[in-house]
Ligand binder design. Sequence first.
Ligand SMILES: C[C@H](O)[C@H](O)[C@H]1CNC2=NC(N)=NC(=O)C2=N1
Length: 97
Amino acid sequence: MPRPPRLSPDEVAAALRDLPLWRGDVTGLHRTVGLPSFRAAVQAIVALADVAEELDHHPDVDLRWRTLHLTLVSHSEQGVSALDLELARRIDELLPT
Ligand SMILES: C[C@H](O)[C@H](O)[C@H]1CNC2=NC(N)=NC(=O)C2=N1
């Protein structure tokens, strides 16, 4: 299945205006999520895994105690694509604040 192409800097900047919980640029989208406990953070990763598998698009996850650092980038495209935007929206549905 072909994967969508990487977006231009202007396209990424425009998309980020509709994703206020995310920052970043063409090299990746970033969001930090604080959870109440380490276990809650691990459970959040498991929930993320279901979304990632559904989309066949996977976040880079860095867990520090109860803080998740998420990076979205399309490795195959060496940039940010529409799949990263879709994944960001789905993550925001799952972890709204
Ligand atoms: C075969 C499979 O579709 C690819 O390897 C997918 C899996 N998940 C992926 N996730 C991300 N973030 N980037 C990719 O390039 C990517 N490739």
